[in-house]
Ligand binder design. Structure first.
Ligand code: GAR
Length: 191
């Protein structure tokens, strides 16, 4: 039987990966339903994309809660009410805590703009360039309690023929927008 694969996308910024996932669903390339966008930044551009796409959104500031656990419990209530089955992190610049990890075991995935395990954390592209690497890449992985750790699901590499930062960022995004929906589709079809 086909499952619906209800997904919640977590994002803190522009949300171009949210957009790519939304477009892949609309174009029939990804069998999933976007039930919620979660952001920790109430002014994030991803909220405009969610509104334009007609996707429910939840914007909560962690600093308005007394603890990270309370913040994540508030998110969890909404995830349950929307029936989310998978959490898809797309530029969500925060560690996932025990509340969500325990509620969604092996059901939280992340995309990161480096060839993990190298260059986790912030500004992975800058880290890659500063280290003088000849190759850069993108990783999709399951999320655990660490920063951009957890089992790797897919990786794509490209040669850094041009080291101009903007060119590299564009190349990373092009890959991400193709790799993330395709990897999610593979993941969902093996469930
Ligand atoms: C993406 O490049 C994603 O890989 C990165 O944030 C960007 C979000 O772009 N994530 C991380 O660095 C996670 N550690 P977007 O908001 O346009 O999708």
């Amino acid at each position: 039987m086909m499952t619906t694969n209800k997904i919640a996308v977590f994002a803190s910024g522009s949300g171009s990966n949210f957009q790519a996932i939304h477009d892949a669903i609309r174009n029939g390339k990804l069998a999933a339903e976007l039930v919620l966008v979660v952001t920790d930044k109430p002014d994030a551009y991803v909220l405009r994309r969610a509104a334009a796409a007609g996707v429910e959104a939840l914007a909560l500031r962690p600093q308005d809660f007394i603890s990270k656990a309370d913040y994540e419990r508030a998110i969890l209530i909404e995830l349950h009410s929307q029936g989310a089955e998978w959490l898809v992190l797309a530029g969500y610049m925060r560690l996932i805590g025990p509340v969500l990890l325990e509620a969604y075991p092996n059901r939280i995935v992340n995309i990161h703009p480096s060839l993990l395990p190298e260059f986790p954390g912030k500004d992975a592209i800058g880290q890659t360039l500063a280290a003088g690497r000849e190759e850069a890449g993108v990783t999709v992985h399951f999320v655990d309690a660490g920063m951009d750790t957890g089992p790797i699901i897919a990786q794509r590499t490209f040669r850094l023929d041009n080291r101009d930062r903007q060119t590299v960022e564009e190349a990373v995004h092009r890959i991400e927008h193709e790799l993330y929906p395709a990897t999610l589709q593979k993941l969902f079809s093996r469930q």
